[in-house]
Write a new protein. Sequence first.
Length: 162
Amino acid sequence: MLLLGHIGITAFVSSMIYLPAFFAIVGSLLPDIVDKGLFLLGAPCGRFIAHSIFFFPIAGSVIYLITRNKKFAIAISLGSLLHLIQDMNDNVPFLYPLKNYTFFVTCNFEFEFTPFIIVSEILGSLSLLFVYGFNKNFLKLRKLFWREVNGRFKRTCSILQR
Ligand SMILES: [Zn+2]
C-alpha cells in the first residue's frame, strides 16, 4: 500500500477507537521510513526488520519510554501493525529475523499500480476527507456506532443473565 492508503485508513481506525490519530499515522509510516532508509544504506529489501511482527511492540515501547503516555504508545503500535496488514497484498517478512525470506534476493523498489493499490489509495483519501473534512459527520457516526455497540452488548448481557 502507498502513502494515502496507510495514512487515511489508520487515521480512520485510530479515531474510531479514540486514539490520537497523529501518533497512529506516524506509526503507520514508520515501517516504510525505517526499512526504505535501511534499504538505501544497503539492506536487502525495502520491507525488512520494521515489516516484521516484532517491530510494532518495540516501537510502542520506545514511545512509551520517551513520552510515558500509554495512548501515544498504543497508537504508534496500532499504526505500525495496520501498516503490515495493509502491505499484505505483497511479500511481508512477518517473522524476520527468525525466518529468512527468499524474496529478499529478488526484492526491488519497482511497483505497479495494481487494482489493490488504486482502491486502497482511493479508500485512504476518502477516509482522510471523512475524518478531517467532514469531522462533524465523522464524530456523529462514531457516537452512533459506539451507542449501537453498547446497546447490543447490554442486550446480550441481559439475555445471558436470564
Ligand atoms: Zn510497507
